[in-house]
Every structure is written in structure tokens, then in C-alpha cells.
Design a protein around this ligand. Structure first.
Ligand code: P6P
Length: 342
């Protein structure tokens, strides 16, 4: 494997090929999925970039000045990803935050050996106020016998992921992904329409700087969670206080903590007894990325990637980021029930 630095001019396509060559048995199908995701990301980035101008904000099905029906951005993102990947012959099924059930490969298209699960545009309510949003994706292998994907292929624990990552549509557009050989970041150069390697082999700082949590739910948290948040804030003098940074957009909060060190927490609370974030296409892929970067992700009782899914859109409490802070969460929460405050 060529050792790249941030000054190497390496496109994501070239990097994917180099990683594929580490696996002589590779067929190129997983590489093809990553190419197609990068293409979809460029198309979504283009739309997000001009959203404020194209009267595309806010509610769906508005007619713009040309009388065209405007799609909501998350509908656009969802359809862009499906159309970019449904005919490549590498997938046997997909699942999306935007779709209630399994997304089959259209009749007439070849089915492949992988499954793609994704959140096409997480945090899309933030677009209207120009806050960064993101796409999150997870790839697992098909485990059932037939050609077409089944729900069982979708409901796999995160440790079975073969690839995962996210795109952040922020001051620049970045794609961060892993195939189990480190976590790597690529920044879109809009002048040439290429994702270029900008963050090779990302490593999250062992100790965090930032705490990302919405503490308006504090009254609804279980006592151990309240105690954990106090310790993160340095109350009791056990830990150095973390700076609170909460954007309210998961990918933006996660990405800042990945690069700068920190912990993102979305605990269970009385109103959301299983937390708010989705296991299969939000927590699992980010957990794969953060573990590859040397961090951790837990639901308070176990590694996120060890949770056995039972439903496609199931939610999970999430504590994810720097090793020191997530280990503190596991230590403080694991012994005691995390049912919300009674
Ligand atoms: P709250 C956005 O709606 C989202 O799904 C994530 O991107 C974000 O981290 C979370 O919800 C914010 O939730 O309850 O703090 O507004």
C-alpha cells in the first residue's frame, strides 16, 4: 500500500483501486459501490450548494418561478443515491431512512452480493439555516441464498460491515470512508469535480476536547446519564471539563469530534426510550469509522457494532468518539439500567 500524505494528489478513485489491490480476491464490486456513492455525493453536493438560490428549501412539491415542481432536498438525495446504485449489478437490496421498507433492485437488473443502507440527507431541517448536513452509508454482504435481497440481509450487526462512511456538505464537501483499512477523508475540489485525498488515515485524539449533547433533555435522562454529563463538564473535579459544541446535525458534530477529539451523546430519555438515532444507517456506519480511527461507540451497555438488529429503523442510544470519554460512558452506564428517568 502506497503511503500517501495530505499533499499527494490522489483521487478517491485511485485510492479505492489501491486499497482493492490489497485484496487479491477482490472482484471490484465493492470498489464500484464506492465509486457510485462518490458520484451521488457530487450530485447531492451540487444541489445542496445551490439550495438557497433554487427555491428548493422547506416543504416538498413547491412550484418554483419556472413552475417546476421542486423536490425537497432529502427526497432528491434519496432518489439520487437509489438511481446511482440500483443498476450497477453490485447490490441485491437497499434500505433508506426515507423508505419504510426494503428497496428491491428493479426487475431486469442484475443482483449483486452487497446491501447498501443509508441516510440520504441527515439533518436536512438544518439546510434552511445553512448548517452542514450529511449523507451516511453502510455496506454489508448478502447472507441469504436467493439472488434478491431479503430483510435478513439488512438486519445484520454493525461488525459485519465491509464498508461505511459519510459525506459532510459543509464549508467544503468531504467524503470519509473505511473498508476496515483505516478511515480516510477526501475533499471535493469543485473546480475539477474530484474528491482528492486530504485526510489519509484519520486518527481521533485519545482524549476529547468537545462534548456534543442536547441537554434540554436533562430532566428526562436516567440518573447515571446525568452523572456522566456532569463528569464530562468537569463537575466533581474528576475530569477536565469538555467544551460543549452541539450543532444539531449528527454528521457535523461527529466530523468535528473525529478530527478534533470529543464525544457525541444522544442518550435514551423519557420521550425517546431507545434514543433518537437509527442503528443501521446512522450509528453503525459512524461506529465503524470511529473504531477504525481509534475511537469507540457504545449504546451504554455494549459496542454499537455488536447490537443485533430486529427492526429496519430501530433507534439506539449513542455515545461515540474519543476512547477516553466513551470508556467513561461505558464504565458509568453499563452496570445500571438505562431506562429513562421515572
Ligand atoms: P435533537 C437531525 O434531525 C438529527 O437526526 C441528527 O442529525 C442530530 O444529531 C439530531 O437529530 C438532533 O436531535 O433532538 O437534539 O434536535
Amino acid at each position: 500500500m502506497v503511503k500517501h500524505t495530505a499533499t499527494s494528489v490522489v483521487t478517491i478513485e485511485r485510492f479505492i483501486i489501491e486499497q482493492e489491490r490489497l485484496h487479491p480476491e477482490a472482484t471490484g464490486e465493492l470498489s464500484g459501490i464506492l465509486y457510485d456513492l462518490a458520484l451521488a455525493a457530487k450530485m447531492i453536493a451540487n444541489k445542496v450548494r445551490s439550495a438557497g438560490l433554487a427555491d428548493i428549501l422547506g416543504s416538498a412539491e413547491q412550484e418554483n418561478v419556472q413552475g417546476e415542481v421542486q423536490q425537497k432536498l432529502d427526497v432528491f438525495a434519496n432518489e439520487t443515491i437509489i438511481k446511482a446504485l440500483d443498476h450497477g449489478g453490485r447490490l441485491c437490496a437497499m434500505a433508506s431512512e426515507e423508505e419504510p421498507d426494503i428497496i428491491p433492485i428493479p426487475e431486469g437488473f442484475k443482483c449483486g452480493k452487497y446491501v447498501l443502507l443509508f441516510d440520504p440527507l441527515d439533518g436536512s431541517s438544518n439546510i434552511d439555516v445553512n448548517v452542514p448536513v450529511g449523507t451516511i452509508f453502510s455496506v454489508v454482504r448478502k447472507i441469504t441464498r436467493g439472488a434478491r435481497g431479503e430483510m435478513e440481509d439488512l438486519l445484520q450487526p454493525g461488525r459485519r460491515q465491509v464498508a461505511a462512511g459519510y459525506v459532510i456538505y459543509g464549508s467544503s464537501t468531504m467524503l470519509v470512508y473505511t473498508t476496515g483499512q483505516g478511515a480516510h477523508g477526501f475533499t471535493l475540489d469543485p473546480s475539477i469535480g474530484e474528491f482528492l485525498l486530504s485526510h489519509p488515515d484519520i486518527k481521533i485524539p485519545e482524549r476529547g476536547r468537545y462534548l456534543s449533547v442536547n441537554d434540554s433533555y436533562e430532566n428526562d435522562w436516567a440518573d447515571p446519564v446525568k452523572q456522566l454529563m456532569r463528569s464530562y463538564r468537569g463537575i466533581g473535579g474528576v475530569r477536565k471539563p469538555l467544551s460543549v459544541r452541539y450543532v444539531g446535525s449528527l454528521v457535523a458534530d461527529f466530523h468535528r469530534n473525529l478530527l478534533g477529539g470529543g464525544v457525541f451523546c444522544y442518550p435514551a430519555n423519557r420521550r425517546s426510550p431507545n434514543g433518537k438515532l437509527r442503528l443501521l444507517y446512522e450509528a453503525n456506519p459512524l461506529a465503524f469509522v470511529v473504531e477504525q480511527a481509534g475511537g469507540l461507540a457504545t449504546d451504554g451497555k455494549q459496542r454499537i457494532v455488536d447490537v443485533n438488529p430486529t427492526e429496519l429503523h430501530q433507534r439506539t442510544p449513542l455515545f461515540i468518539g474519543s476512547r477516553s470519554e466513551v470508556e467513561a460512558a461505558s464504565a458509568m452506564l453499563a452496570e445500571r439500567p438505562l431506562t429513562a428517568a421515572v
